[in-house]
Design a protein around this ligand. Structure first.
Ligand SMILES: Cc1ncc(COP(=O)(O)O)c(C=O)c1O
Length: 374
């Protein structure tokens, strides 16, 4: 394979840094000068600002999206002997969050159009041990939550949204992260809202659950300070520097999201008519935010190689569905068990997507893909 310079990467944070680098540095200096590095005013302000941004009562900063999922599951009482239904076409943290609590992830399939959890498959995966279901808004596509929530309500099962890729996406007019009992956000640097390191948040409208997360994230303390530990907890706090960085970026999230949507529209129009599946652009009831713009084709690897030779970066999310990962070999799930997830893993290819990508470069991606299929 010859080394060819990629001049349109799959994603880059360089443009963002050029735009806001000075403000981010000022925010970091402000924290350093304050001498308060953990659970201080930046955390408090970010919690309030992020909660407002996604129309939810409470948001609590934590140290990663993975921790956010783990704490959310623990807060609704998931533990050994329980089962939690998760999609297989996701990042592995959705499932490992269940496993580290001693519970069992039960894998369900996804919808062939949105690639998000399919309610019918969830129904087939229910058992008397099911304690919760995690709906993942993969690539920023809102999962069809209504049938999942009504199934869950009828069985008294908790609904947790995995919003690691769906900041500001809306479902039937409501932001993702404001609908389930609890939701988990990741602010991994490349996410639509990213910190300068690992960070995450748990959101909820339920005051009791908010209190539980607050205790769990801070070593089981009943209050922010002091040594009164009311339950066995974790250290999953968000640090002040990350909260300050996130506050700067949150001010741009609307504009960045609009830019992602414009780029998705360019791809959608430009790729129309080709023998590949394009992600839904959205509708009145579902407004995606295109964390990734992922097409599907049975010529995926050849297309990726052709784009690479033309200096265009791509990504494969995810090459192996979670139920077929070595980490879950002990569950003994055979290939073929979840056909839509397995096909997606063979066919999915993500094209360059970041807010600073120019329309001209998106057009160049379109033309290169069109030439490939000629
Ligand atoms: C769907 C999904 N869930 C969970 C996570 C975990 O988030 P983090 O990397 O912040 O722990 C990610 C991040 O990659 C993700 O994409």
């Amino acid at each position: 394979m010859t080394a060819i310079a990629v001049d349109i990467p799959l994603l880059t944070l360089k443009g963002q840094q050029l735009e806001i680098g000075a403000e981010v540095k000022a925010a970091v200096s402000r924290v350093l000068d304050s001498g308060v590095y953990i659970l201080g005013p930046e955390n408090k302000a970010f919690d309030a600002e992020f909660a407002q941004a996604i129309s939810v009562k409470y948001s609590l900063g934590v140290d990663s999206g993975t921790s956010a999922l783990e704490l959310a599951l623990e807060a609704v009482g998931v533990g050994p002997g329980d089962e939690v239904i998760v999609p297989s076409f996701t990042f592995i943290a959705t499932a490992t969050a269940v496993s580290v609590l001693g519970a069992k992830p039960v894998f369900a399939d996804v919808d062939p159009v949105t690639m998000t959890l399919d309610a019918k498959s969830v129904e087939g995966a229910l058992s008397p041990r099911t304690k919760a279901v995690i709906a993942v808004h993969i690539f920023g596509q809102p999962c069809d939550l209504d049938p999942i929530v009504s199934l869950a309500r009828s069985r008294k099962i908790a609904v947790i949204e995995d919003c690691a890729q769906s900041h500001l996406a809306t479902y039937k007019g409501r932001p993702t992260g404001s609908i389930g009992d609890l939701s988990a956000f990741s602010f991994y640097p490349s996410k639509n809202l990213g910190a300068a390191g690992d960070a995450g948040a748990v959101t909820t409208n339920d005051e009791k659950l908010r209190d539980t997360i607050n205790i769990l994230r801070n070593c089981g303390r009943s209050a922010a300070a002091g040594y009164d530990h009311v339950r066995v907890g974790h250290n999953c706090r968000l640090d002040e520097i990350q909260a300050a960085v996130l506050r700067v970026k949150l001010l741009r999230l609307d504009a960045w999201t609009a830019s992602r949507r414009r780029l998705a529209a360019i791809y959608d129009e430009g790729l129309a008519g080709l023998p590949l599946k394009r992600p839904p652009l959205g509708s009145e009831s579902s407004k995606p935010v295109f964390h990734l713009y992922t097409v599907r084709t049975d010529r995926r690897d050849a297309l990726a190689e052709d784009l690479r030779r033309h200096g265009i970066g791509t990504g494969v999310y995810y090459p192996t569905p979670v139920h077929l990962q070595p980490a879950y070999a002990a569950l003994g799930i055979k290939r073929g068990a979840l056909p839509v997830s397995e096909a997606a893993s063979r066919e999915a290819l993500s094209l360059p997507m970041y807010p600073e990508l120019s329309a001209a470069d998106a057009g160049r991606v379109v033309e290169t893909v069109r030439r490939f299929f000629k």
